[in-house]
Design a protein around this ligand. Structure first.
Ligand code: GRF
Length: 223
Protein backbone atom coordinates (compact mmCIF):
# COMPACT_ATOMS: atom_id res chain seq x y z
CA UNK A 1 0.00 0.00 0.00
CA UNK A 2 1.18 3.62 -0.15
CA UNK A 3 1.86 4.65 3.41
CA UNK A 4 -1.32 6.74 3.74
CA UNK A 5 -4.32 5.17 5.44
CA UNK A 6 -6.38 5.32 2.25
CA UNK A 7 -5.81 2.60 -0.31
CA UNK A 8 -5.81 3.76 -3.93
CA UNK A 9 -8.50 1.85 -5.74
CA UNK A 10 -8.90 1.45 -9.50
CA UNK A 11 -12.22 -0.01 -10.63
CA UNK A 12 -12.34 -1.65 -14.06
CA UNK A 13 -15.76 -2.01 -15.69
CA UNK A 14 -17.51 -2.85 -18.94
CA UNK A 15 -21.18 -2.43 -18.08
CA UNK A 16 -23.79 -1.15 -15.67
CA UNK A 17 -21.45 -0.55 -12.77
CA UNK A 18 -23.68 -1.68 -9.91
CA UNK A 19 -20.68 -3.08 -8.08
CA UNK A 20 -18.87 0.21 -8.66
CA UNK A 21 -21.83 2.01 -7.08
CA UNK A 22 -21.79 -0.31 -4.08
CA UNK A 23 -18.05 0.31 -3.61
CA UNK A 24 -18.49 4.03 -3.95
CA UNK A 25 -21.29 4.01 -1.36
CA UNK A 26 -19.18 2.00 1.07
CA UNK A 27 -16.30 4.46 0.68
CA UNK A 28 -18.62 7.44 1.11
CA UNK A 29 -20.01 6.14 4.40
CA UNK A 30 -16.61 5.12 5.73
CA UNK A 31 -16.88 1.33 5.52
CA UNK A 32 -13.95 1.13 3.09
CA UNK A 33 -10.82 3.16 3.85
CA UNK A 34 -9.99 3.86 0.23
CA UNK A 35 -10.20 6.38 -2.53
CA UNK A 36 -11.28 5.55 -6.08
CA UNK A 37 -8.44 7.03 -8.12
CA UNK A 38 -9.86 5.90 -11.43
CA UNK A 39 -12.70 4.10 -13.15
CA UNK A 40 -11.49 2.44 -16.33
CA UNK A 41 -13.83 1.04 -18.97
CA UNK A 42 -13.09 -0.84 -22.18
CA UNK A 43 -16.39 0.49 -23.56
CA UNK A 44 -17.20 4.17 -24.04
CA UNK A 45 -20.93 3.39 -23.69
CA UNK A 46 -20.67 1.56 -20.35
CA UNK A 47 -23.53 2.77 -18.15
CA UNK A 48 -21.20 2.73 -15.17
CA UNK A 49 -19.22 5.62 -16.67
CA UNK A 50 -22.25 7.91 -16.43
CA UNK A 51 -22.49 7.14 -12.73
CA UNK A 52 -18.75 7.60 -12.24
CA UNK A 53 -18.75 10.92 -14.08
CA UNK A 54 -21.71 12.21 -12.09
CA UNK A 55 -19.99 11.12 -8.87
CA UNK A 56 -16.90 13.10 -9.86
CA UNK A 57 -14.67 10.03 -10.20
CA UNK A 58 -11.83 10.22 -12.72
CA UNK A 59 -12.86 8.16 -15.78
CA UNK A 60 -10.68 6.57 -18.43
CA UNK A 61 -11.88 4.78 -21.55
CA UNK A 62 -9.61 2.28 -23.27
CA UNK A 63 -11.71 0.98 -26.18
CA UNK A 64 -10.47 -2.57 -26.72
CA UNK A 65 -11.44 -2.43 -30.41
CA UNK A 66 -8.69 0.12 -30.96
CA UNK A 67 -5.94 -2.27 -29.88
CA UNK A 68 -4.49 -4.76 -32.32
CA UNK A 69 -4.49 -7.65 -29.88
CA UNK A 70 -5.11 -8.66 -26.31
CA UNK A 71 -1.49 -8.07 -25.26
CA UNK A 72 -1.47 -4.46 -26.48
CA UNK A 73 -4.79 -3.69 -24.76
CA UNK A 74 -3.49 -5.21 -21.54
CA UNK A 75 -0.26 -3.21 -21.83
CA UNK A 76 -2.30 0.00 -22.10
CA UNK A 77 -4.44 -1.02 -19.13
CA UNK A 78 -1.32 -1.80 -17.08
CA UNK A 79 0.20 1.57 -17.99
CA UNK A 80 -2.98 3.37 -16.91
CA UNK A 81 -3.10 1.50 -13.60
CA UNK A 82 0.55 2.32 -12.94
CA UNK A 83 -0.03 5.96 -13.71
CA UNK A 84 -2.89 5.93 -11.21
CA UNK A 85 -0.62 4.19 -8.67
CA UNK A 86 -3.42 1.78 -7.86
CA UNK A 87 -2.91 -0.33 -4.75
CA UNK A 88 -5.98 -2.45 -5.43
CA UNK A 89 -7.44 -3.21 -8.85
CA UNK A 90 -11.10 -4.19 -8.65
CA UNK A 91 -12.57 -5.91 -11.69
CA UNK A 92 -16.27 -5.08 -11.46
CA UNK A 93 -18.20 -6.49 -14.38
CA UNK A 94 -15.15 -6.26 -16.62
CA UNK A 95 -15.98 -8.55 -19.51
CA UNK A 96 -12.56 -9.29 -20.95
CA UNK A 97 -10.07 -12.05 -20.42
CA UNK A 98 -6.71 -10.73 -19.21
CA UNK A 99 -3.37 -12.09 -20.38
CA UNK A 100 -1.24 -14.10 -17.99
CA UNK A 101 1.49 -11.43 -18.21
CA UNK A 102 -0.94 -8.74 -17.06
CA UNK A 103 -2.30 -10.87 -14.25
CA UNK A 104 1.18 -11.76 -13.01
CA UNK A 105 2.28 -8.15 -12.94
CA UNK A 106 -0.66 -7.23 -10.68
CA UNK A 107 -0.64 -10.42 -8.64
CA UNK A 108 -2.05 -9.98 -5.17
CA UNK A 109 -3.66 -6.66 -6.00
CA UNK A 110 -6.26 -7.91 -8.46
CA UNK A 111 -9.76 -8.90 -7.29
CA UNK A 112 -12.72 -10.13 -9.33
CA UNK A 113 -16.33 -10.98 -8.60
CA UNK A 114 -18.01 -13.82 -10.44
CA UNK A 115 -21.76 -14.49 -10.39
CA UNK A 116 -21.66 -18.14 -9.31
CA UNK A 117 -20.49 -20.38 -6.53
CA UNK A 118 -17.04 -21.04 -7.98
CA UNK A 119 -15.70 -23.51 -8.97
CA UNK A 120 -19.20 -24.17 -10.33
CA UNK A 121 -20.20 -22.31 -13.51
CA UNK A 122 -17.06 -20.56 -14.66
CA UNK A 123 -17.42 -18.29 -17.70
CA UNK A 124 -20.64 -16.74 -19.00
CA UNK A 125 -24.38 -17.42 -18.48
CA UNK A 126 -23.90 -18.64 -14.94
CA UNK A 127 -27.55 -18.20 -13.89
CA UNK A 128 -28.98 -20.24 -16.75
CA UNK A 129 -26.32 -22.80 -16.18
CA UNK A 130 -27.15 -23.17 -12.45
CA UNK A 131 -30.83 -23.72 -13.38
CA UNK A 132 -29.99 -26.16 -16.15
CA UNK A 133 -27.90 -28.23 -13.76
CA UNK A 134 -30.69 -28.26 -11.16
CA UNK A 135 -28.49 -26.60 -8.51
CA UNK A 136 -30.10 -26.18 -5.09
CA UNK A 137 -28.02 -23.07 -4.33
CA UNK A 138 -26.56 -20.16 -6.23
CA UNK A 139 -24.61 -17.00 -5.43
CA UNK A 140 -21.41 -15.10 -6.15
CA UNK A 141 -17.72 -15.35 -5.36
CA UNK A 142 -14.97 -12.79 -4.83
CA UNK A 143 -11.56 -14.18 -5.74
CA UNK A 144 -8.00 -13.11 -6.38
CA UNK A 145 -7.25 -13.17 -10.07
CA UNK A 146 -4.69 -15.64 -11.36
CA UNK A 147 -3.98 -16.61 -14.98
CA UNK A 148 -6.60 -19.40 -14.79
CA UNK A 149 -9.95 -17.85 -15.82
CA UNK A 150 -12.32 -17.68 -12.82
CA UNK A 151 -9.92 -20.06 -11.08
CA UNK A 152 -8.03 -17.88 -8.60
CA UNK A 153 -8.21 -18.47 -4.84
CA UNK A 154 -11.62 -17.63 -3.40
CA UNK A 155 -12.01 -15.00 -0.69
CA UNK A 156 -15.72 -14.85 0.09
CA UNK A 157 -18.76 -16.53 -1.30
CA UNK A 158 -22.40 -15.59 -0.65
CA UNK A 159 -25.10 -18.11 -1.36
CA UNK A 160 -28.86 -18.56 -1.24
CA UNK A 161 -31.36 -21.31 -2.00
CA UNK A 162 -32.81 -21.31 -5.49
CA UNK A 163 -36.60 -20.99 -5.35
CA UNK A 164 -39.17 -22.74 -7.52
CA UNK A 165 -40.01 -19.45 -9.27
CA UNK A 166 -36.46 -18.30 -9.92
CA UNK A 167 -35.66 -17.90 -13.60
CA UNK A 168 -32.28 -16.68 -14.90
CA UNK A 169 -33.27 -13.00 -14.75
CA UNK A 170 -34.53 -13.31 -11.19
CA UNK A 171 -31.37 -15.18 -10.17
CA UNK A 172 -29.23 -12.44 -11.71
CA UNK A 173 -31.11 -9.86 -9.66
CA UNK A 174 -30.83 -11.84 -6.43
CA UNK A 175 -27.12 -12.46 -6.97
CA UNK A 176 -26.45 -8.77 -7.58
CA UNK A 177 -28.67 -7.26 -4.89
CA UNK A 178 -28.43 -9.84 -2.09
CA UNK A 179 -24.88 -11.07 -2.57
CA UNK A 180 -22.54 -9.09 -4.84
CA UNK A 181 -23.33 -5.68 -3.41
CA UNK A 182 -22.50 -6.98 0.06
CA UNK A 183 -19.53 -9.27 -0.40
CA UNK A 184 -17.52 -7.12 -2.82
CA UNK A 185 -17.40 -3.99 -0.66
CA UNK A 186 -16.56 -6.20 2.33
CA UNK A 187 -13.69 -7.93 0.55
CA UNK A 188 -12.30 -4.59 -0.63
CA UNK A 189 -12.64 -3.16 2.89
CA UNK A 190 -10.54 -6.07 4.22
CA UNK A 191 -7.97 -5.54 1.46
CA UNK A 192 -7.78 -1.82 2.18
CA UNK A 193 -7.15 -2.60 5.85
CA UNK A 194 -4.59 -5.23 4.83
CA UNK A 195 -6.53 -7.88 6.71
CA UNK A 196 -6.80 -9.74 3.45
CA UNK A 197 -3.73 -10.60 1.40
CA UNK A 198 -2.53 -12.92 -1.29
CA UNK A 199 0.77 -14.52 -0.38
CA UNK A 200 2.59 -17.17 -2.39
CA UNK A 201 -0.53 -18.30 -4.16
CA UNK A 202 -2.78 -18.46 -1.09
CA UNK A 203 -5.29 -16.21 0.58
CA UNK A 204 -4.27 -14.97 4.02
CA UNK A 205 -7.01 -13.51 6.20
CA UNK A 206 -6.09 -11.82 9.47
CA UNK A 207 -2.74 -13.53 9.47
CA UNK A 208 -3.96 -17.07 8.77
CA UNK A 209 -4.23 -19.02 5.54
CA UNK A 210 -7.85 -19.15 4.41
CA UNK A 211 -8.66 -22.76 3.59
CA UNK A 212 -12.31 -22.21 2.69
CA UNK A 213 -13.86 -18.99 1.42
CA UNK A 214 -15.55 -16.70 3.94
CA UNK A 215 -19.34 -16.47 3.78
CA UNK A 216 -22.26 -14.11 4.41
CA UNK A 217 -21.95 -15.04 8.10
CA UNK A 218 -18.55 -13.35 8.18
CA UNK A 219 -19.81 -9.96 6.96
CA UNK A 220 -19.24 -7.12 9.38
CA UNK A 221 -22.22 -5.02 10.48
CA UNK A 222 -23.16 -2.61 7.69
CA UNK A 223 -22.24 -4.89 4.80
C1 GRF B 1 -21.93 -8.94 -12.16
O1 GRF B 1 -22.90 -9.94 -12.03
C2 GRF B 1 -20.55 -9.52 -12.06
O2 GRF B 1 -20.46 -10.62 -11.21
C3 GRF B 1 -20.31 -9.96 -13.47
O3 GRF B 1 -20.90 -8.96 -14.27
C4 GRF B 1 -21.93 -8.31 -13.55
C5 GRF B 1 -21.55 -6.86 -13.52
O4 GRF B 1 -22.54 -6.02 -13.11
N1 GRF B 1 -18.90 -10.18 -13.70
P1 GRF B 1 -22.22 -4.48 -12.84
O5 GRF B 1 -21.52 -3.91 -14.06
O6 GRF B 1 -21.37 -4.34 -11.60
O7 GRF B 1 -23.58 -3.84 -12.69
Amino acid sequence: MNGSSFARLAVVISGRGRNLQALHAAIADGRIAARIVGVISNRADAEGLAFAGAAGLPCFVLPHVEYRDRASFDAALAAQLRELRADIVVLAGFMRILTADFVRSFEGRLLNIHPSLLPRHKGLDTHASALRDGDAEHGATVHFVTPELDGGPRVIQGKFTIGAHDDAARLAERVMMDVEQRIYPQAVAWMARRELRFEQGSVVFRGRPLLEPLSLHDLEPGF
